[in-house]
Design a protein around this ligand. Structure first.
Ligand SMILES: *Cc1c(COP(=O)(O)O)cnc(C)c1O
Length: 431
């Protein structure tokens, strides 16, 4: 294949764009549904979805029509004024989340930032500002985001960080109790750790944490940027976790999953399906802690992105995609887990909820030319070569994040390609 145009774009990218990203070698130009195409018109099955963003795939006709219609009316007016798409989306997000209000911004990091500012404001009068977050968590790349993130590789080189963050092991209530001091004002967790390797919170952990936070007057904040917005099957992953089989492990037999309400939820990624939008939901009890003038965002909640997000919710509800997400997710997880049979030296299992699934890898050796890559990145690169887009999560987990309308045939195709990759890699390991 003539790779001249590809090579030229890579060169121009390297010459003009800051090298903050390690990129996979594909120059993507367009997509349709679950597929994307590169500058050589090579087709890829997209199970990366722009890292859990393109929730309804690419070039969805209704999304395209919504964007076109809104662009003809107004793209932006700032929150100096009222705009109707913003109001309508906020009402919808409140109805899905619980009594409270919405703050709009443009990204996941900013959504978390608003929750961190909420916690600061809430604790201000009594001098409480410490926030407990989890080891292996990921909360974004702003200074507050990397301070909250429980991974050294994200923080290193940027000290001094924002004061007051403590990290403890995930799914360990005792660790939170032990880390809590008179200065603690909030606990922040992901419902399912994404970058940390697709690790869902346990039901008993969630309910125990809710009780602990209430008893100690501490805010319970959920970073749902990756695991939220229906990707788990439910609107929020904690709803899915607490309503599923795992709910039987909840200590209190009379527990009703609607009893679990966090104090703040950060959303982004799938919410916009590809247009940049972030939002946080803040529980009614705490909305006064971010009053007029305390926080803001120029683009936040602009009519274009809000119209798109509302349309996505409308489609999800109309087409009953929550059931489809659960069914596709279960099927995908079973298919991935089954690969540990023929490839025990590479795959140790699969985990996740809905269409946030991870294939868990063994610490496999890589051929010399790939040694600088993690095992997950090595397999993702091989998958890309075979026409399948996947995303590493940490060093030894590979994320499968299909769009919500993925078909059974597309999942089968993805598994077939991944199996081929595992065969290729097995060969390379043997050499
Ligand atoms: C992606 C992500 C973020 C950061 O979102 P950005 O839109 O990149 O700022 C924060 N938290 C979690 C859990 C994420 O997965």
């Amino acid at each position: 294949m003539d790779n001249t145009r590809h090579d030229e774009y890579v060169q121009r990218c390297n010459d003009s764009i800051l090298g903050t990203y390690k990129r996979f070698p594909a120059v993507l130009t367009h997509g349709r549904g679950s597929y994307v195409y590169d500058v050589n018109n090579k087709q890829y099955l997209d199970f990366a979805s722009g890292i859990a963003v393109t929730s309804l795939g690419h070039a969805h006709p209704e999304i395209t029509a919504t964007i076109e219609a809104q662009a003809k009316k107004m793209l932006h007016c700032s929150s100096l004024y009222y705009n109707i798409p913003q109001i309508e989306l906020a009402e919808k997000l409140v109805s899905l989340s619980g009594p409270g209000k919405i703050f709009f911004c443009n990204s996941g990091a900013e959504a978390n930032e608003s929750l961190i500012k909420l916690a600061r404001s809430y604790g201000q009068k009594v001098g409480r500002y410490h926030i407990i977050t989890m080891n292996k968590s990921f909360h974004g790349r702003t200074m507050a985001g990397i301070s909250a993130t429980g991974q050294d590789k994200i923080k290193n080189g940027f000290q001094p960080l924002l004061e007051g963050f403590t990290h403890v092991p995930f799914n360990d209530l005792k660790a939170i109790e032990n880390a809590c001091t008179e200065k603690t004002v909030a606990v922040m967790i992901e419902g399912i750790q994404g970058e940390g390797g697709i690790i869902p919170a346990e039901a008993a952990y969630l309910t125990g944490l809710r009780k602990f936070c209430t008893d100690n007057n501490i805010l319970l904040l959920i970073d749902a940027v990756q695991c939220g917005f229906f990707r788990s099957g439910s609107f929020q992953s904690y709803q899915e976790i607490l309503s599923g089989e795992s709910a039987s492990t909840v200590n209190n037999a009379n527990f009703n999953s609607s009893d679990f309400i966090p104090d703040g939820i950060a959303m982004a990624k799938s919410l916009g399906g590809g247009v940049p939008i972030g939002a946080s939901w803040i529980r009614d009890t705490f909305t006064d802690y971010l009053p007029a003038g305390s926080h803001g965002s120029t683009y936040g909640g602009n009519p274009l992105v809000c119209a798109v997000a509302s349309k996505i919710i409308e489609i999800i509800e109309r087409d009953k995609l929550q059931d489809a997400i659960r069914e596709s997710g279960t099927y995908l997880q079973r298919s991935l887990a089954a690969l540990s049979g023929p490839f025990p030296e590479i795959i140790s299992g699969a985990r996740g909820l809905g269409l946030l699934q991870g294939a868990v890898l063994k610490e496999l050796k890589r051929p010399a030319q790939y040694e600088s890559l993690t095992p997950a990145a090595y397999l993702c690169l091989k998958a890309l070569e075979e026409g399948l887009l996947l995303v590493p999560a940490g060093e030894t987990v590979i994320r499968f994040l299909p769009q919500f309308q993925v078909t059974r045939n597309e999942i089968d195709e993805g598994i077939r390609i991944f199996e081929k990759v595992l065969n290729i890699v097995s060969e390379e390991l043997r050499d």
